[in-house]
Write a protein that binds this ligand. Structure first.
Ligand code: BES
Ligand code: ZN
Length: 628
């Protein structure tokens, strides 16, 4: 038996054990969970989901059935309430044994713009399963349907899901909360020649009936169910890693992500076994609204990180680290989101240290801190802390780098108080002791008290924990990162801007993407329009193929009133849909009346190419709402 087979067998064993009963939720935790779901999770919980779906590209619709196996927490429960958003519900049935199905009455409540509509199904006393026959709508917020023109190959359509945080309900009627975990299986029928992939065990061919079949044997939260369909090929990069992409991008993707197995091994050495079997990466078309999404066994990734120099692989480290923080131990509610992203960001930086040396990790830490300060500058104070006093109704509306970078600063500070050895052991214990469970911030604090604060008394006070978790300001005792390399970029930029050196003296030819980012991130307002234009003339920035450098450049050019870049910026905004890259440009344009008009005109032109989640984010910016 190979090491991997052995680990896989262990994992299966662990996953097949009955789920440990979660302790009853306290009032705060249940309010947090209830803020984003209609489902009656204190009465019934889904333990398995079986999907049988057909993919219709002509109608932009998924249709079929979702069968949910339920565990009764409250034996007197007479109904199950599921989350839905824009679903056409045709029929609901219940079953005792999974063989005989009885039609069950249902009601679809009033629809809320953010939460969708509750689907209430009457549950006979002995029923253990419900089956919903349904179809999604073309405007489903969790799905994007791309015409061939929006793909690399230009011949076939493409579709993908993005369920986090609460968009899964727009394509599956389910208890759409990270508090509930279920295993899943699926059968997906696609048009001939197109392949379906999911965040589950897969086969490289459809079954005899022509359907693609999937099985996820580990219990996962609803936001990790993921599907993509298109002209998708596969290339292996290691014993348990590989890339899926449109055929024209496969080779480049396989090179870019060629070190994934090594990253997995580093994570395993420090924080315990990888418990999901394979780790593959699916490269999506450029309208994918995120950098990456940690769908289990199959990370979804933006093509903008494929730059040919492996400089943006921290994205892989990040999504891969979620296999521990997020997928294995999951935030119980979206008000505990920092447990997913703060842990993951901390682990990402630790991985960068291990893979490329601490200087590289520190570069990205410093850029992360700049991001955090940028977010705080346009967020309401209530969103500066790790945990909000009132849970957000729409997690997308409060999405920002705060849970990521403040979360990382918190864990970095804890590490400094207790020492790396003790802190690493603590983290490993956190993952092992909560594996395949959802956890609250309160549980984290209790675990911290039990495993570290009690062993090393006097190192950390309650007031300090409160400052990190609930107060707005970054604590003045935070341990902040420094990067000599990035400080050097600051000096070089400022020497040029102040006339001490010439543009030709900038060592820009040797700069990597992070150094460029720093160059633009800290560009002072006092830089003149002429200086900014000189940069474009000298380095052809408006034509760069590096989407990260392009975004940073366009923001600076717009901020300094460089109108000559606007056509190129508009073209860029129409070719990339990754929110982190496009939002700063819209936000910058909104600062002047002229820019605002240009932003609106640009958005009207390119909107149809954006994912619904990105559309909503840009619309919030155009309306002048605060947010990430
Ligand atoms: N899980 C997130 C993406 C996400 C967050 C989707 C909230 C929906 C709601 C993912 O792991 C992530 O953090 N992506 C980052 C990657 C970056 C930090 C390397 C992104 O997309 O920018
Ligand atoms: Zn993440």
């Amino acid at each position: 038996m190979t090491k991997y087979r052995f680990l896989a067998a262990l994992t299966m064993l662990a996953a097949s054990l009955p789920t440990a009963y979660a302790a009853p939720l306290d009032a705060t935790a249940s309010a947090n969970v209830a803020a984003n779901t209609y489902s009656n999770v204190q009465q019934v919980r889904t333990r398995h989901i079986a999907l049988d779906l057909a993919v219709d590209f002509k109608k932009s619709v998924l249709s079929g059935t979702a069968t949910l196996e339920l565990e009764r927490i409250d034996p007197s429960a007479t109904q199950v309430i599921l989350d839905t958003q824009d679903l056409d519900i045709a029929k609901t049935e219940t079953s005792v044994d999974g063989e005989v199905w009885l039609k069950a009455p249902f009601t679809l409540g009033q629809s809320d713009e953010v939460l969708g509509a509750p689907l209430t199904i009457t549950l006979p006393a002995d029923a253990t399963r419900v089956r919903v026959t349904y179809a999604s709508k073309p405007q489903a917020s969790g799905l994007q349907w791309l015409p061939p023109a929006q793909t690399l190959g230009k011949k076939h359509p493409f579709m993908f899901s993005q369920s986090e945080s609460i968009h899964g309900r727009s394509w599956i009627p389910m208890q759409d909360t990270p508090f509930v975990r279920a295993t899943y299986e699926a059968r997906v029928r696609t048009p001939k020649g197109l392949r379906a992939v999911m965040s589950a065990e897969m086969h490289d061919k459809p079954d005899a009936s022509g359907a693609w079949t999937f099985k996820m044997p580990q219990a996962i939260p609803s936001y990790l169910i993921a599907l993509a369909v298109g002209d998708i090929g596969f290339q292996s990069t290691g014993p348990r890693t590989g890339v899926y992409a449109e055929p024209g991008l496969l080779k480049k993707a396989a090179y870019e992500f060629g070190e994934t197995e090594r990253t997995l091994q580093l994570m395993e050495q420090a924080f315990g076994p990888y418990r999901w079997g394979r780790y593959d990466i699916l490269v999506l078309p450029p309208s994918f609204p995120f950098g990456g999404m940690e769908n289990p066994r199959l990370t979804f990734a933006t093509p903008t990180v494929i730059t040919g120099d492996r400089m943006l692989v921290s994205l892989v480290s990040h999504e891969l680290a979620h296999s521990w923080s997020g997928n294995l131990v999951t935030n119980a509610s979206w008000n505990d989101f920092w447990l997913n992203e703060g842990f993951t960001e901390y682990l990402t930086y630790r991985l960068l240290d291990m893979q490329f040396g601490q200087a590289r990790g520190d570069m990205e830490r410093v850029l992360g801190l700049t991001d955090l300060k940028g977010s705080m500058s346009h967020l309401d104070k209530i969103d500066w802390s790790l945990v909000r006093s009132t849970p957000p109704k729409d997690p997308d509306a409060v999405y920002s780098s705060v849970p990521y970078e403040r979360g990382n600063l918190f864990l970095t500070w804890l590490e400094a108080q207790f020492g790396r050895g003790a802190f690493d052991a603590f983290l490993r214990g956190w993952f092992d002791d909560h594996a395949f469970q959802s956890a609250t911030t309160g549980e984290f604090v209790a675990y911290l008290q039990d495993k570290l604060m009690a062993q090393q008394p006097g190192k950390v006070t309650q007031a300090q924990l409160d400052a990190w978790l609930h107060q707005p300001e970054i604590p003045d005792f935070a341990v902040l990162p420094h990067s000599d390399a990035l400080n050097k970029v600051d000096q070089e930029r400022d020497a040029w801007l102040s006339g001490k050196t010439t543009l030709d003296a900038l060592p820009a030819k040797q700069w990597n993407v992070h150094e460029w980012q720093q160059f633009f991130d800290n560009m002072p307002a006092s830089a003149t329009l002429e200086q900014v234009q000189l940069l474009d003339a000298r380095y052809k920035l408006s034509q760069t193929h590096n989407a990260i450098i392009a975004s940073a450049w366009f923001r600076v050019a717009i901020a300094h009133g460089d109108k000559a870049v606007l056509p190129a910026a508009q073209h860029y905004l129409g070719s990339v849909g990754r929110m982190r890259l496009i939002s700063p440009l819209y936000r910058e344009l909104m600062k002047t009346p002229e820019g605002k008009a240009y932003a609106e005109q640009t958005y009207a032109k390119v909107k149809s190419g954006y994912n619904v989640i990105a559309q909503q984010a840009v619309e919030r910016i155009l309306k002048g709402e605060s947010g990430g």
